[in-house]
Write a protein that binds this ligand. Structure first.
Ligand code: T4K
Length: 409
């Protein structure tokens, strides 16, 4: 246990962890089961193009999402693009800036214009009133993000979309297994997109899926993700190659088998973080709505530098020195990154404020209660002595700059 700030690794103490403790370790599940599935695929020499494992994966994702159709893809970025093409989007697409850049890039890559909308600071998701205000005659769709698996204001957004005759598609990359008013994420809007990247609550190495109840949309996406083929090798329109391989599906199915266990462990970890960090002025563990089903996959803390005297970035540096590889999900917002920053400068006060404060800490089945206690030990010491840690870090930085100056002479 570290008692003094001199014990922190950033100031010369020994690191709390010998090996890096990561955010987003893959949830692999039963390795033997994965190899069984791989052997089955190899034995049958069927490796891709809508094989049986990909079909089984789609069925299980559709069940979990409570929808009729699921088209698996090579990743969620391509899934968003397939959706945009299949729905014939044009012009502007309204979306949050507080998200992974893939949300914006997917549409921008197709020549569409992402229009960034500010969030409701209470939820981190887009504020429906601001979405409505952002609609123009060029708007063809709204793409909200269920940030960190917290559902958006789905009823209000559905009303805005219907009132203005624009499409509503959700980026549900974080939302697998979560609900809003008891209804699973996956069934909102005309379609939703999941990610099964290695770092997600269910992983397929890389993978994604479009889920929907719209049969026509699903069929069109299925064709488009296989070069535009419906039957045989005659394309019906310009498609692409966005298919999920059988190896990815084998991983996805195995990770899905472990899903309930993963969520249970995430929830227990969340409880440990909450109790270990309770009562710490200026630091909040972002909560989940306990009346809903949550996957507890992203453990987010908000640090208020005005109260703690320490900025989120310095706390991040302190933790990384201890071998705790935390992540700034999601900072800066997309509107502060290129190409958007130069091409369409905009100010989003709530997004900017929250993006400056958030930090994702390690969780998942491979992170033990003892690991969390040690992480929180560092966080508590650093935050309660925030002013002192900041002063000392500044002094050290000044000394380094001064030292470099001496050498330059
Ligand atoms: N929409 C939203 C809202 C998203 O968050 C994302 C992706 C997308 C769309 C697009 O989905 P995909 O097209 O990727 O399916 C990671 C993921 O690459 C990205 O998929 C994810 N969001 C984002 C939130 O996180 P990075 O740049 O942070 O990844 P990386 O490689 O730095 O890894 C993050 C952490 O995970 C590290 O602590 C190390 C650990 N890790 C990573 C990999 C790849 C492992 O332990 N094992 C691994 O295999 O983006």
């Amino acid at each position: 246990m570290k008692r003094n700030i001199g014990d922190l690794a950033i100031f010369g103490g020994s690191a709390a962890f010998l090996q890096p403790l990561y955010v987003g370790r893959p949830n692999i599940g039963d390795r033997a089961r994965f190899f069984d599935r791989m052997n089955w695929a190899l034995d049958h020499q069927w490796l891709t193009n809508g094989g049986p494992l990909a079909r089984e994966f789609e069925q299980r994702v559709a069940e979990l999402a409570g929808v009729r159709y699921c088209v698996s893809t090579c990743n969620a970025t391509v899934a968003l693009q397939l959706l945009a093409r299949a729905a014939e989007l044009t012009g502007e697409v309204i979306m949050p800036s507080l998200t992974f850049p893939a949300t914006a890039h997917a549409f921008r890559w197709l020549g569409l214009t992402p229009v960034f909308c500010d969030i409701d600071p209470k939820t981190g998701c887009m504020d429906p009133a601001l979405v409505e205000a952002a609609i123009t005659p060029r708007t063809s769709a709204i793409v909200p993000v269920h940030l960190w698996g917290r559902p958006c204001a789905v009823d209000e957004l559905a009303k805005v979309a219907a009132d203005h005759g624009v499409k509503l598609f959700y980026d549900a990359a974080h939302g697998l297994g979560c609900t809003s008013q008891g209804r699973p994420i996956g069934g909102f809007g005309q379609a939703e997109v999941f990610s099964f990247h290695a770092t997600k609550v269910v992983n397929a190495f890389e993978g994604g899926a479009v889920v929907t109840d719209d049969e026509e949309l699903a069929n069109r996406i299925r064709a488009m993700h296989n070069f535009g083929f419906v039957q045989g090798r005659v394309s019906t329109e310009a498609g692409t190659n966005g298919k999920m391989t059988e190896a990815a599906a084998a991983m996805g199915l195995t990770s899905l088998d472990a899903f309930e266990d993963t969520v249970r462990r995430n929830e227990a970890n969340f409880g440990t973080y909450q109790s270990e960090l309770a009562g710490l002025a200026g630091l909040k563990v972002v909560d989940f709505d306990r009346d809903e089903r949550n996957n507890y996959h992203y453990l987010i803390v908000e640090i208020d530098a005005g109260i703690t005297g320490i900025h989120r970035d310095l706390l991040g540096d302190v933790l990384r020195s201890e071998n705790v590889v935390c992540q700034r999900y999601f900072s800066p917002g997309c509107h502060e990154m290129e190409p958007y920053r130069s091409e369409q400068p905009v100010t989003l006060p709530h997004t900017e404020q929250l993006a400056r404060k958030v930090l994702a800490l390690p969780t998942g089945p491979t992170v033990s209660r003892e690991d969390i206690r040690r992480v929180c030990d560092v966080v508590r010491l650093t935050v309660t002595r925030g002013h002192e840690v900041t002063r000392r870090a500044n002094e050290r930085a000044a000394a380094v700059v001064g030292g470099e100056g001496e050498e330059d002479k």
